[in-house]
Design a protein. Structure first.
Length: 289
């Protein structure tokens, strides 16, 4: 990273001095401890567990192992922690949807005698269906992954473990989030097409105390965790044509031989979530000839 000259004359913005305004995964500029050197990186951990405010900037470690005080927050937030908590109290709707996981099958994992994590490709498909529905919704919307339908915090750690496999224990925070983003982009391309410019991804990190103090519960299977990563996907409406979900299916033909193909679907949104819609009805609604 380039070293930038010191500029102590400028007053620090409050969002780098108050710990609750920052999350693990945020991109920040830091002033290295006992040095005038400044570096840019993503927060991997906080160094002050009990200090909520630091006039010199919250003390953090960034992904390249540099430690220092935050002096600038670079990450463009899709949504703040406070806004997310308010949305949760209003529950799901036309512009907001909750999913417990991206890849981990929560039910099979919970009741697995070996306590191994169970993956399910169908879980990814459900997430892409929700993305399709928001892109077909004139107001767009936000998909939140890591919180169950009954508003319990589950987190994203099991998804990270399944996505990274043997690399999980050796990976840093940036590698974990990049693995997810890469997998999400590939799934969107495979099932929807080239619409990856229509969404932004952000992670928010909540401590166990933050969740409880806000009046929410933690999923019973995750109560041993102290930190919970929540994925926020901000989705924009695509007004040029309907976004079509291309579902891959396998079937037997008249000769009883296995074949594969695609079923084309359109997912729209209603007050209670995604709804299937016939292509011809959607085209009429948008006055497409």
């Amino acid at each position: 990273m380039d070293v930038i000259k010191k500029s102590d004359s400028k007053k620090l913005p409050s969002n780098v001095c108050v710990k609750s305004d920052l999350s693990i995964g945020d991109e920040v500029k830091i002033k290295k401890f006992d040095s005038d050197s400044k570096f840019i990186g993503t927060i991997t951990r906080f160094l002050e567990n009990n200090r909520l405010y630091n006039k010199n900037g919250t003390e953090v470690e960034i992904h390249n192992a540099m430690r220092g005080n935050t002096i600038q927050k670079i990450t463009t937030e899709v949504i703040s922690k406070e806004t997310l908590l308010k949305k949760l109290k209003n529950h799901e709707g036309l512009q907001f949807e909750l999913k417990a996981t991206y890849y981990c099958d929560t039910k099979k994992t919970k009741y697995n005698p070996a306590n191994d994590l169970i993956s399910g490709q169908y879980m990814k498909n459900i997430v892409i269906e929700e993305i399709c529905s928001f892109m077909n919704n004139p107001t767009g919307g936000i998909l939140c992954i890591g919180i169950t339908d009954d508003l319990k915090f589950y987190g994203f750690e099991n998804d990270f473990k399944l996505l990274l496999g043997n690399k999980y224990s050796k990976s840093d925070y940036t590698e974990k989030t990049d693995a997810f983003k890469g997998d999400l982009v590939n799934n969107v391309k495979n099932l929807l097409g080239e619409y990856t410019s229509r969404f932004d991804v952000q992670f928010l990190n909540f401590s166990k105390d933050e969740i409880k103090n806000a009046g929410f519960e933690i999923d019973e299977t995750q109560k041993d965790n102290d930190q919970f990563d929540i994925c926020i996907i901000d989705l924009a409406y695509y007004d040029m044509m309907p976004v079509i979900f291309r579902d891959k299916v396998s079937f037997k033909n008249k000769d009883n031989k296995e074949e594969s193909g695609k079923v084309f679907k359109i997912w729209d949104r209603g007050a209670h979530g995604k709804n299937p819609l016939k292509i011809e009805d959607f085209m009429c609604r948008k006055n497409v000839k």
